[in-house]
Structure formats: C-alpha cells, structure tokens
Design a protein around this ligand. Structure first.
Ligand code: UDP
Length: 572
C-alpha cells in the first residue's frame, strides 16, 4: 500500500493522542500504518461474500487510497478499533429504557459497555412513570425520569470511555410526559447532566396546539391516563427561554422522524444518538463515514465522476464495517444485521464552497448543498442496490418501506447521515460537517501558555495571492473574529470567507434543510446566535426549522454557557 497522508501538525497531535496504537505509552504506529490496519481489516468482510485473497487485496488497496487521500474517513471508533482487540466500530447506539428498575439499571450497564468502546448512546426516558407516581410493589412514590438520568450521568462520568473518547448521551423526553417542565429547565444549572445532550420530543399534535394557541394533554406512560393539560405556547416558550439561556434543550420532531422510519413494522423510533444525526430503533447501532467535499473541487468545479467513485466505494466500506464490527450485546448484533443501516455524510462543505467561490449564506450556497446531497443520496442508493445484487438485501427488506417504493433489492435500510465530524474533520484538516468556518484566524494555546496564531489555509492562500497578507492583519482578525467590514480586505473576499457568526441564523437553517431534503437519517447542525440575540430570534429559528422540514434543531447563543467547547480563541 503506497501513498503518504498529508496531515497537519494538528491532525498528527490528534492521531497520536487518541488513534494510533501505543505500547507502554509510546506510539508504535504511523498514520499510514493506521490506515493500512483499517483497510486490511474492513476488506476482510469480503471473504464472507466469496471474494478470493487477490480480490480482497485489491479492495484493501482501494480502501487505503480512499482514506490516505483524505477523500473519505469512517467515524472515529472504526479508525481506532478496526484490526484491534476491541473491534467495536460504530459511533451511534440507542438503547431502550422501560419503566422498571431491571430495565433502567440493565441499560445503565449496557451504556457503560458501549462508552468503554467509544460509542455514544441515546435513550428515550418517556416510558418511565412520572415523579410522585405510584410504585406498586413497594407502595412508595416514583422518582421520575430526571432522577434516573442523573444516575446514567454519574455512570458515564465514571467510565470516561477508557481515555479515548468522552462518554456522550442523548436524553429525550416526549413533550406530553408529565415531568416535561422539569426536563426543559434541568440544564440551566450547569452542573447537571454534564454528559447529556437533551432534546424535547415534539409531536405534530403539540405543534398544532402551539399554532392554534390551544392546550394539550400530559399523559402518564404507565397507565396512559391524562394527568393534566398545559397551554402549548407556554411550554414552547419555556423551551425557547431555556435554549436561549443555556443552548439546551434542543428539539426533535418525533412524528416527522417516524414518517421516514424505513422499518415501521419493527417499531417506533423514540430516540437519536448523542449529536442528533442518527435516529435509531431501540438496540440499533449505526456506523458513519464522511466524504471530504473540499477534495472533490477540481479547477473551481465539482468533479462529479470522482464524487461518484467515492460514494460507491464508501458505501461498500461502510457495509463491510457492519460485518466486521463486534457489538457489546446480542440484541444489538441482531438489530444491526437485520437492518444494516449505514450513515454516509459529508465534511468540508464550507471549504468546498470557498473553493467554488460561493458564499455559505446565499441562494447559490443552498443550491450547491441540495445538488451535492441529492447526488450523494442517489448514488448511495445505487451502490446499495448493487451490493444487494451481490450480497442480498438487508434481512428486514420485506418488512421495510422500500418494496412499496419500487425497490427490488437494497442492502441497507438507510444510507445517508450528516455527522458532526468533530474529530475526523480535524484529521482531514477541513471544516466540520456542513458547518460554516468557525474562525479565519485564531490563537491556539500550546505548551500551556505559549500562543500560536493559526490562519485558515484557504484564507492564507488568498490573502497572499491578493497581496493583503500581514501578521498584524491576521492578529487583528483573530481579535475581531471576522473580516466583515475590514477595509484592508476586498469585498468579494469578505463575501466568501464568512464565519459562523457572520451568518444569520436563517441561513444556518436553510443549509440544514437543504441537506435534510436528501438525507435518510438526520443532519447534525448547530445554529449559532450572537450573545445579544433575543428569545424571539430563537423562537423564529425553531419555527423555521419546523416549516423547512428539519428533523430537529440545536441552537447555541455565544457566551451562554460557562464553558464553551468551541470559542473564537483556542478552538482546537
Ligand atoms: N461520539 C461520542 N463521543 C464523542 C464524540 C462523538 O460518543 O466524544 C459519537 C456520537 O454518537 C456522535 C457520533 O459519535 O453523534 C459522531 O460524532 P462525530 O462525527 O463528531 O465523530 P468523529 O467520527 O468525528 O470522531
């Protein structure tokens, strides 16, 4: 296997810290060795489908080339664990939580096992009976979903994913659960549920009640009885107020997610993975992978032939990952092999737009988003059909929506997901997922107190070519956080190099919606607001994301949380 990876110093640091094999604390693997290990391991799945050693070797070469060129990267657990003892390759899991002590504590144990292997877990707590409800066996009173969530949180804290990855959870509560008000406000206290992202599960019924300014019913999940009713607008305003204050909770449109559930006969989707991009049935897992869109621009245009090759090879890769993965529970193995969901997505979208000379916040930007994703969606389905001819459809195909849609065969119940690509985009050295660039110049703290000025590589290139590059100007931009209105910088450059905060929340939602239109699963996206944004601004974005058919939305108002994971200075 030939070829060396073009990695930035930053990428190397990330790899050394968390991905490369170590012995006695010393790194014993090069990045090339890592990609080789992954390519060889993932190509081994081909054996099951009758390929001979030579054919497998050829496929391994192709997988290696795909990753070493940074045109595609699988999610972190695949890079970390393929060909190693753990062999747990999926990033996303959803586990069921029933209304019993056995189920609750069994799930805590299973979540701990998944965290240890680098996966993230999502749960719906909607089945748990509300606080102060009856407990029949003891005659006592119930503690309610939120108190149990705190136990999940403590367990996650203790595991810390074996030092490679932080344990991440998604907690969902339906808007008609009697404890919903407490759920909405619980994270306004920064100390609570630190290992959880929270989302309110919104129903169509609730949204209609909001629109008509009506009341809606809260239902006890234990006996399906109505507990009381609330004014929908007041609850909606409380979600908005809380999201404005702390960025949480987000919202997920549960009915909308279920409208697109590819296997409704196997059950209802109640939760997503931690970052919201992957709705899954209980006990289902999914592995993700992302195409680097910055790589598909050739001479100022998208090279669709190249992109097509990447999509087809990536689908094959991700389908192989399903077979090579070892899952922590028998139930998960069965679900995963039954539906064979994969999530192919993108990273480097903002960089791709810059290379095309198109502003992110423009009709043209939205158009490119739609064209790219429509193409990826279509090709991924073709690749999955072809694989099905070779390997058979996913076993639950006949129970899925696809035969009615005219499909004769399909290998995977879903093919597309837009992941956040938090770490793999750092390895590839491009903008994450479909997010805009966060900062053009920023200071990174190294060796505790020394500061290094980092300039976005495409910006540096343009600044030098157009003759406005200087250390002082870059320092100034790092301070200011934006180039908008800087007289030293040509207006056409200002338009193209827009950062997250230069872009109005409406454009964030438009781009999310453009990608969602052609994505089977969901889209990970944060809508950024400036510190002085109002509650009304947040409300508008919630309503817009509903109108534009997003599956959920997450907002973040700058400075609203004590510790911000990303900030203008020191964002890596
Ligand atoms: N995830 C996790 N812990 C982390 C980061 C991610 O469990 O510290 C899971 C989570 O389910 C998330 C998914 O991995 O939704 C994908 O995240 P991302 O794309 O950022 O992962 P990457 O592959 O870039 O590491």
């Amino acid at each position: 296997m030939k070829g060396k990876a073009q990695l930035s110093a930053n990428a190397l640091t990330v790899l050394e810290r968390r991905y490369l094999k170590k012995e006695g604390g010393k790194v014993i693997e090069t990045p090339e060795d890592m990609f080789k290990r992954v390519a060889l391991n993932i190509s081994e799945a081909e054996k099951k489908y009758g390929k001979n050693d030579e054919e497998i070797r050829e496929i391994a070469e192709k997988f290696y080339e795909l990753m070493i060129s940074l045109a595609f990267l699988p999610n972190s657990p695949t890079l970390m664990n393929a060909g190693r003892e753990l062999q747990q390759l999926a990033a996303c899991f959803v586990l069921p939580v029933e209304d019993s002590m056995e189920s609750i504590f069994e799930t805590i144990k299973n979540a701990a096992l998944i965290h240890k292997s680098g996966g993230g877990t999502g749960f719906s707590f909607s089945r748990i009976r509300p606080q102060k409800d009856r407990v029949l066996t003891t005659g006592g009173v119930a503690s309610g979903p939120i108190s149990f969530m705190k136990v999940f949180n403590a367990a996650t804290e203790a595991v810390k994913q074996g030092g490679t990855r932080r344990g991440a959870n998604m907690g969902i509560l339906r808007v008609d659960h009697p404890d919903i008000l407490e759920f909405i406000t619980v994270k306004q206290n920064n100390e609570e549920l630190t290992n959880f992202n929270l989302s309110v599960g919104i129903t169509e019924k609730f949204m209609e009640a909001v629109e008509k300014d009506e009341h809606y019913d809260l239902i006890n999940p234990r006996n399906k009885e109505k507990v009381k009713s609330l004014r929908a607008r007041e609850v909606f305003d409380l979600i908005v107020d809380s999201a404005w204050k702390s960025g949480e909770p987000g919202i997920v449109f549960l009915d909308r997610i279920n409208e697109k559930n590819p296997t409704p006969l196997l059950g209802e989707i109640e939760s997503t993975n931690p970052c919201g991009e992957q709705p899954l049935l209980p006990y289902e897992a999914c592995n993700l992978g992302s195409i680097n869109l910055a790589k598909v621009v050739r001479d100022g245009e998208i090279d669709y032939n190249y992109l097509k090759d990447i999509v087809h090879l990536s689908v094959r890769f991700l389908d192989n990952v399903i077979d090579m993965g070892v899952y922590p529970l028998k139930e998960i193995t069965e679900m995963v092999h039954g539906n064979r969901k994969i999530g192919l997505g993108v990273m480097g979208f903002a960089d791709c737009l810059i290379k095309l000379g198109i502003p992110y916040n423009s009709e043209k930007g939205v158009k490119v988003a739609e064209q790219l994703m429509e193409f990826i969606q279509k090709e991924s389905k073709m690749a999955s059909e072809k694989l099905a001819e070779e390997r058979g459809s996913f076993p639950n195909f006949h129970l899925s929506i696809y035969p009615d849609m005219g499909y004769k065969a399909l290998r995977n119940a879903t093919t597309t997901t837009i992941a956040p690509t938090g770490t793999i985009s750092m390895i590839a050295g491009v903008s994450s997922g479909i997010e805009p660039i966060f900062a053009l110049c920023y200071k990174r703290t190294i060796l505790d107190n020394e500061e290094l000025l980092e300039v976005h590589p495409l910006f540096e290139e343009v600044a030098k070519a157009r003759g406005f590059y200087s250390e002082e100007l870059m320092e100034k931009i790092a301070q200011k956080g934006s180039i908008q209105g800087l007289k030293e910088i040509p207006v056409d450059v200002q338009k193209i190099f827009v950062t997250a905060h230069d872009i109005s929340p409406q454009w964030h939602v438009e781009i999310q919606s453009a990608f969602q239109k052609y994505t089977d699963n969901a889209v990970s996206k944060t809508v950024n607001f400036p510190y002085d944004a109002t509650r009304e601004d947040v409300k508008e974005v919630f309503m817009l994301s509903y109108k534009l058919k997003c599956k959920g939305v997450t907002v973040y108002r700058d400075g609203s949380r004590d510790s911000q994971v990303l900030s203008k200075v020191d964002n890596k």
